[in-house]
Design a protein around this ligand. Structure first.
Ligand code: ARG
Length: 497
């Protein structure tokens, strides 16, 4: 009876096939989720009359001991005394070569702890709904952790924006200098992306928060279970509405990895910009030494390994989302073993993003911009040409014509090695009689910034408002995450299980 399904079989499994199809080597990390879902199921089947109160007590006590017991067994085999689960996962896998998957493992451990009573736990449930539940619980936790990380990075960006005050830099289109912007404005562009990433993950969390337990193998549990019991014990908003969907749905994994793929794209753009900015050619940035590495060959080098590695890891996040979508494409309803392959991309994406977000906020905090070099770059190369053309439109010149006239002024500047403010009024008047003495005041750096006086523009007053708005949203998201976290802890403390 070592398998969960051996009754109808006469032949043993081919040894290579048996070990190859196991998911325990990777789904071992669902141990906490599997135990929590099992406790919830034990409560539900007690209410349905399958377990007596006494049996429930033994069952819950056994389930509470599965993790410490497994850690203890594993520690003995590797000789450590660490009580955390994570460092023991590989040793736990090695303990149970016969365990097909995490569900089987928990049943085996529980049987060691409480004997045959353990075998009653599988009444009215199927591994198909269990894995769907475990994965939802895993993704929910991974989202919570990612939200914290995003918020920490947002906060670091906002703090840099606040600290940069009215410092300026050139902005780029086509990687050619375009117009001057405040450094804060550039930083807030990333904050906007992150606010969307944050809300995408919050949406995904809201949508996934329904409990598949009670869906059975495909058609619904064969017991009259009150599905609300397990759902509420596990902190779900309620049971899923359709058993066929619930056992084969992985939208939450798709949405999670796809949201991370977009987040990864944003992070990679930031990483790329900083990599460029830190080159001698740009010279905008002093890479923080504690986040950079040297070259074993060239003694002078300080390399942007952090941003490069992030750029690379963003590729992994894309890979996870694509792998998962490819697995699910065309899968007939309901559960199919293919879905087992959908776990590792989720684990990998979750580990990857958590790794990135464990360094990115402090790296961002430690950045020091070479504001003088950035300003010099913003003042050269006719970055005020749009502002100059706009000056002419205020004098009644149609923009198309204004563009042409300023283009001619730029051409003269290029030929004579001067910026627009170094041309004489007479020279300018040669391109149009609308030029007046006030032209020069309208193309200073400040005026060039301030003419973008629209919501979302880089005018100094607009950016100041935007920075304080971004700060307020950081604070309010922080307090809502903190209150959700404390509500979750309180709920865990008061739950009987
Ligand atoms: N290890 C399996 C998975 O991850 C659990 C579900 C197995 N169900 C089944 N009918 N074989 O997908």
């Amino acid at each position: 009876m070592s398998k969960m399904w051996s009754g109808r079989f006469r032949e043993p499994l081919d040894a290579a096939f048996e070990s190859w199809q196991r998911s325990f080597p990777f789904d071992v990390r669902l141990l906490p989720q599997e135990v929590a879902a099992s406790k919830a199921h034990a409560l539900a089947i007690t209410a349905a009359g399958i377990l007596s109160d006494d049996e429930l007590e033994k069952m819950l006590d056994g389930l509470n001991r599965v993790i410490p017991f497994s850690i203890e067994e594993a520690s003995a085999s590797v000789g450590t005394t660490d009580t955390a689960l994570q460092p023991h996962l590989a040793a736990i896998v090695a303990l149970a070569p016969q365990a097909e998957d995490i569900h089987h493992f928990v049943e085996l451990q529980l049987t060691k702890l409480i004997g045959d009573l353990a075998l009653k736990l599988h009444t009215g449930r199927s591994r198909n709904e269990q894995i769907a539940t475990d994965m939802r619980l895993f993704v929910r936790d991974a989202i919570d952790q990612t939200l914290e990380g995003i918020l920490a990075w947002r906060e670091a960006l906002v703090a840099q924006a606040e600290a940069s005050g009215e410092a300026v830099m050139p902005s780029y289109t086509h990687l050619q200098r375009a117009e001057p912007v405040l450094i804060a404005h550039w930083l807030l562009a990333y904050v906007s992306m992150l606010e969307r990433d944050f809300s995408r993950l919050v949406d995904c969390r809201n949508r996934l928060n329904l409990c598949p337990l009670g869906s059975g193998a495909i058609a619904g549990a064969t017991l009259a279970l009150d599905r609300k019991i397990a759902a509420s014990v596990l902190g779900f908003d309620g049971p899923t509405p359709n058993s066929m969907d619930a056992t084969s749905d992985r939208d939450f994994s798709l949405e999670f990895t796809q949201a991370l793929s977009v987040l990864g794209l944003h992070i990679s753009r930031f990483a790329e910009e900083l990599t460029l900015h830190s080159t001698a050619e740009f010279g905008f940035l002093d890479l923080p030494e504690r986040f950079s590495t040297g070259s074993s060959a060239m003694p002078q080098k300080k390399n942007p390994d952090l941003t490069e590695l992030i750029r690379g890891k963003a590729g992994r996040l894309q890979g996870a989302a694509i792998t998962l979508a490819t697995i699910i494409k065309g899968l007939p309803l309901a559960y199919n073993k293919d879905l087992q392959e959908g776990q590792e991309p989720v684990f990998d994406a979750s580990d990857t993003i958590h790794g990135i977000l464990s360094v990115l906020p402090s790296f961002t905090q430690a950045l020091s911009f070479r504001v003088d070099a950035m300003k010099t770059a913003a003042e050269k190369g006719y970055l005020n040409a749009m502002a100059a053309a706009t000056y002419l439109t205020h004098k009644g010149v149609p923009f198309r014509k204004a563009h042409e006239k300023i283009g001619q002024a730029v051409r003269l500047g290029l030929e004579t090695g001067r910026e627009l403010n170094q041309l004489t009024l007479e020279e300018l008047r040669g391109f149009g009689e609308e030029f007046g003495e006030d032209f020069f005041a309208s193309i200073t750096l400040e005026a060039t910034l301030d003419c973008h006086d629209v919501i979302g523009g880089t005018a100094r007053n607009r950016v100041q408002e935007a920075v304080s708005g971004a700060r307020k949203r950081v604070e309010s998201d922080k307090s809502s995450l903190a209150s959700k976290k404390s509500a979750k802890l309180a709920e865990e403390r008061t739950t009987v299980v």
